[in-house]
Each structure stands twice: as structure tokens, then as C-alpha cells.
Design a binder for this molecule. Sequence first.
Ligand SMILES: Nc1nc2c(ncn2[C@@H]2O[C@H](COP(=O)(O)OP(=O)(O)OP(=O)(O)O)[C@@H](O)[C@H]2O)c(=O)[nH]1
Ligand SMILES: [Mg+2]
Length: 282
Amino acid sequence: MSFWKNLVGKFTTLIGQKEQVDWEAILIESDLGINLSQKLYSLLEKEKLLNRTDLAEKRIRNELIAILGNGNLSFPIGQPGVILLVGVNGGGKTTTAAKLAYKFKSEGKKVYLAACDTFRAAATEQLKIWAEKLELPVISAKEGADAASVAFRAYSQASQSQADYLIVDTAGRQANKKNLMLELGKIKKTLEKASGQVPLFVLLVVDGTSGSNVLVQAREFHEALGLSAMVVTKLDSSAKGGMIAAVKYELGIPTLFIGRGENLEALEAFSPEGFIEEFFSR
Ligand SMILES: Nc1nc2c(ncn2[C@@H]2O[C@H](COP(=O)(O)OP(=O)(O)OP(=O)(O)O)[C@@H](O)[C@H]2O)c(=O)[nH]1
Ligand SMILES: [Mg+2]
């Protein structure tokens, strides 16, 4: 049975002859976040749909479609267009860097990679292995090197080679670790300066199984860096994905891609309609 139908079943009680559905609980358990859940609940209440399960579901669907919009967002075009991947540990930044590089390369674009996770030697190594597999240039440095200077060097080389895209992988961090956030800010500033203030595309990569915590992460990274969009990984698992709508509703940040596995092809462009179908039928 789907998680949605499961929830509706779980939170429906029979009072006398009448079914009573606890919509608040259903919405919150779907990872839609408190504010969006409350908004949806008030809609149902106002429109007297609380006890009309099918109509209520339809109403929620329509509202979610309206919130998610028709994700018409494209990557920046520059010399090169810079995509900065940020997020907490293990969210899937390095894997997503490789998937994006693969996608651009398949479209005939010239791609450079920058290994700005200089905290762990293994992190640079991980990106290098992907780059080798993809036959793409990667700019890196030894462990402990200044990440912003790696970014600067990568930009210069990518620019000289007239690359279409520079994909910058960074170290995973908790948004409340101040120094790490400052370093990320420095990488961003350095790249903006190098590109003559062409805005970067700052892409937050989150683990879809983190549930409502994704909203917390998005808020913190957005405050510190200004996010352009989000990639939600690990949606090949049982993650519900409701946080995609929560983040769009509360912060206006769209989801651009979803990750569905560990291999290069497992990156899907996000579609609101596809998301809704899956959300209600999963
Ligand atoms: N199932 C699944 N696994 C994924 C997906 N994306 C990434 N992973 C796996 O998640 C783990 C962490 O991915 P990384 O790309 O190393 O994450 P990261 O954000 O770079 O991690 P740090 O550099 O430690 O911050 C790896 O084992 C990946 O193979 C996905 O969409 N689905
Ligand atoms: Mg990494």
C-alpha cells in the first residue's frame, strides 16, 4: 500500500457512523513541514473538505502543483557557468557533481570539475575517480590546501579553455559550523570575483531520507549563501519527498533534480506533475 494511503488509513477513525480524518497528522507525516501543513489544513477547513477524503486529496494535489509551479529554471550560461555544490555531510554532493558532469558532457558541453573539498584527501580522490571515468579535467590540491584558491585556479583554467561549465564540489558541513560556512562564503566570493560578478548557481544537495530536517538545512544554507536551487538525492529509497514542497513554499527554492541511485545516469530532472503522482501513489 502506498505511504499516502497508509497514512490516511492510519489517521482515519470511525466516530459513530462518521469517518474522521486527522489531516494535520497526515500532512506532517508526509514531510510537508509545519507551515505548509497548516496552510493546507486551513484550506480544507475553510472549504469544508475535512470529512470528504477524495475531494480533500484532490484539493491538496492542486495546491501542491500550484506551489511547485512549472520548474522553468535553467543553468547559468557564462564563460564558464559556475555551479557550486553545497550541503551537509553525505548528502550526495560529489556523486551529484559527477552526474551533472555526465549530463552536460552527454549534451556536448565542455565541463571542468573543481575538487574544493580539501578537508579529506579521500574526497578529492573520489571526485578524481569520477573525472577519470568521465574523461574530464579536474582541478585539485592536497589535503589542507585553501579551498578558495583551488576554486580560483579551476575557474582560470576552465575559462582559458572556454569551458561551458565549471562544477565545484565542496566539503560537507553542518550549517551551524561557522568557520566552514565562512569558507564556503569565501569560495563563492572568489568565484564571483574571478567571473566579473556573474552570479553563480548555488545548488544545495540534500539527502531525501532526512525528512523535515531538509527544511532546516535549506534555511541555513540559504541565509548564508543564497541558494539558486536544490537537488534531492536518494529518492530511490522510501523517502516521501514532501520536503520538496516545503522548501519551495517556505523559501521559494525550487528543486531542479532528484537523485535515484549511485550511478551516473541516476539523475532526473524534477517535474512537479511526476512528483505529485509519485507522492500520492507511492
Ligand atoms: N541510493 C542513492 N545513493 C546515493 C545517491 N546519491 C548519492 N548516493 C550515495 O550516498 C553516499 C554519499 O554520497 P557523496 O556523493 O559522497 O556525498 P557528499 O555530499 O559528497 O559527502 P561528503 O563529501 O562527505 O559531504 C555515497 O555512498 C553515494 O553513492 C542517490 O541518489 N541514491
Ligand atoms: Mg563529497
